[in-house]
Design a protein around this ligand. Structure first.
Ligand code: ADP
Ligand code: MG
Length: 633
């Protein structure tokens, strides 16, 4: 290569190299074109694609359009109407600014750009079109088109075989387009979007003044009840944004999905910075933190997060497709998003209703979740969903079936009813005295059944007790300067331990002291436990077993302090372990007072809807669900 002289790249190559970064697949074309339409002030945008965009992508809008004499400039690289000076680059408010998209796309496809401009509210007498492909650019030709712009892109990657080969089948590419358009549609509820695939309407969302409604339109109506709205302003004095001579505060707004609808992937997290869809580790982490202990570690919340901050406080010019940004002060926005979400989650009733889509259901969002491809039928009735829910909830409870619970409930009711049902009495008269007398029913020594104002509650006794203990421990440990009460052992409990484990004990000492464990290496291969938390002692937890498990976890790296939120994560892990050990198990009989006390706690403590591992403690069969089941409606 050394003997090749330095030359300026021909234009086609410049554009294709740019396309290489920005135009990865048909969905990237849709992204750039729709962003242009939004920048042009469009109120209606239609995207029509053939064969997942492999054959054709057409984006039509009713925006401001391009004057005929600027058409060829629009296709030139580094030509834009959105940016003129460096200080504008420092405070970008449009979606586009690089002036590269149209030139890049034209260099790898056959493009036709048709536009009729509107200037000062008056539309030009006629429009024009221009064709371009590779390094060919045609003549600007007058055209009797409607005001607005239509960009047609055919045969994407026809001259870049490597990229062409990389494209997936039509349905897969269409999936990416659907997902992308959904993300963009959430940004602008004031704009109507239509998506057509092979001539068939696949999505239509109408303009609305409610951003919540737009999000639900995209996520799917069935998630409406499962999304909690949150909003918070940054109250620090310097968080003021000046915009068009008005000032506002930096803020976060969004929707947090109930833990019960968490998914296996993070695909259902929608992050936005000043109206731009982004990927961002800071915000993703904030979401994860907000749900800590509310969902299992292998699940990801469904969440929509809109962050609005001073455009000068963030660099949006760090990624060719503008999909990532760089915050000046990431911790600040992490904190704001976390606080807003956490507060909302703690304030909300997170108990999932049986009628709600269970964890990882394969049906769901109208836009983002592909239709089920499983061969097994998906339960349609609530009763089936209910059984399904339990089946998924705890592998050890696989034999648990709704019928059994029902039999148990009904059986117990008639056992305890003094007289036979009075035909003239209403059902509530029959049931109420039993529940009032007893308040709660223990089923199979594992589940508690009770009622609240919305319907029937079914509680997993172990999960709830675990959460109750966890919160109690946490409150005590976090109280300033306090450690957990501990009990000195008459004879130290001896745990055999390798040299490595002995070293771990030394390392964990400060943590262990906080929770009331006093332990130190003795000899070459053991650790002596001198004191143990009274709390665990009272619940018959064996010090040797407990410390061994703690060391297992430590050796496994589970107690290593991650870079962010050091103490809390580790403490959570250890307290969680203590709570789990101390809590009643499935199969433990409980006395009526114990049942009542446990349920009373449910209303007192935070996060009672989920155990510290994130599994639900409670599910609800609402009166509405019951009415449906009994065909009363
Ligand atoms: P950028 O969006 O970064 O400016 P593009 O290559 O995407 O660069 O577009 C170049 C220019 O073409 C834009 O700045 C805009 O003036 C014009 N343009 C592109 N698409 C449209 C559209 N749909 N409506 C009006 N003008 C458009
Ligand atoms: Mg653009």
């Amino acid at each position: 290569m050394a003997d090749m002289p330095i030359r300026k790249l021909p234009l086609l190559l410049v554009n294709q190299i740019a396309a290489g970064e920005v135009i990865e697949r048909p969905a990237s074309v849709v992204k750039e074109l729709v962003e242009n339409s939004l920048d042009a002030g469009a109120k209606r945008i239609e995207v029509a694609v053939e064969d997942g965009g492999r054959e054709l992508i057409r984006v039509s809008d009713d925006g401001g359009g391009i004057p005929s004499d600027e058409l060829s400039l629009a296709l030139a690289p580094h030509a834009t109407s959105k940016l003129q000076t460096p200080d504008q680059l420092a405070a970008i408010t449009t979606m586009g600014f690089r002036g590269e998209a149209l030139a890049s796309i034209a260099s790898v496809s056959r493009m036709r750009l048709t536009s009729r401009a509107t200037i000062d509210g008056k539309s030009a007498e006629s429009g024009a079109y221009l064709q371009a492909s590779g390094d060919y650019v045609g003549e600007v030709t007058p055209d009797a088109c409607a005001p607005g712009t239509v960009v047609e892109v055919r045969d994407l990657f026809f001259n870049t075989p490597a990229r062409r080969k990389f494209m997936r089948a039509g349905p897969t590419e269409f999936g990416h387009i659907t997902e992308l358009l959904g993300r963009l549609a959430m940004v602008r509820p004031d704009v109507s979007f239509t998506l057509l695939h092979n001539g068939k309407k696949s999505l239509e969302v109408f303009a609305t003044s409610s951003r919540r409604q737009r999000c639900i339109d995209v996520l799917g109506e069935e998630l409406d009840e499962a999304m909690l709205e949150f909003e918070q302003e940054d109250i620090s004095p310097d968080a003021v944004i000046e915009e068009n001579n008005r000032t506002k505060r930096a803020r976060v707004w969004g929707l947090a999905g109930l833990p019960a609808i968490a998914r296996a992937t993070g695909k259902f997290q929608y992050l936005y910075l000043n109206g731009r869809p982004i990927r961002d580790r800071t915000l993703t982490h904030a979401i994860k933190e907000a749900y800590r202990g509310l969902i299992p570690p292998d699940k990801q919340p469904v969440a929509v997060v809109f962050l609005e901050i001073d455009p000068r406080a963030v660099d949006v010019n760090v990624h060719p497709a503008k999909a990532e940004v760089r915050f000046g002060d990431p911790n600040r926005w992490h904190g704001l998003a976390l606080a807003a979400m956490r507060q909302r989650l703690l304030a909300g009733d997170l108990t999932p209703s049986v009628g709600m889509p269970p964890l990882d259901t394969s049906r769901g969002s109208s836009m983002s979740i592909p239709p089920p491809q499983t061969s097994t039928p998906i339960p349609q009735t609530n009763a089936a969903a209910f059984v399904e829910y339990f089946r998924r909830m705890d592998p050890q409870q696989k034999n648990f079936v709704y019928e059994e619970v029902r039999r148990e409930v009904v059986g117990n009711l008639s056992d305890q009813s003094v007289s036979l049902p009075n035909p003239s009495g209403t059902e509530s008269e029959l049931v109420a005295p039993v529940l009032r007398a007893q308040g709660v029913l223990q089923v199979h020594q594992s589940y508690l059944v009770t009622q609240d104002d919305q319907g029937l509650l079914i509680v997993d006794q172990h999960a709830l007790h675990e959460r109750v203990m966890f919160e109690e421990l946490r409150r005590r440990v976090l109280a300033p300067g306090s450690t957990l009460e501990s009990q000195r052992l008459l004879m130290p409990a001896v745990v055999s331990a390798s040299v490595k484990r002995q070293a771990l004990i030394e390392q964990l000492k400060p943590l262990l002291e906080r929770i009331g464990i006093e332990a130190e290496p003795i000899g070459k291969d053991a650790v002596a436990v001198h004191a143990f938390p009274s709390f665990l002692f009272d619940r018959n937890v064996d010090p040797v077993e407990f410390c061994e498990e703690l060391l297992d976890k430590a050796e496994d790296g589970q107690l290593d302090q991650p870079s962010v939120n050091t103490d809390e994560a580790v403490l959570h892990e250890v307290l969680d372990m203590m709570a789990c050990k101390a809590a009643v198990k499935a199969g433990d009989a409980m006395r009526p007072e114990e049942l009542a006390a446990l349920l009373a706690k449910r209303d007192e403590i935070e996060r009672s809807s989920n155990c510290p591992h994130g599994r639900p403690t409670t599910i609800r069969l609402t009166l509405k669900d019951l009415e449906k089941q009994f065909k009363r409606v």
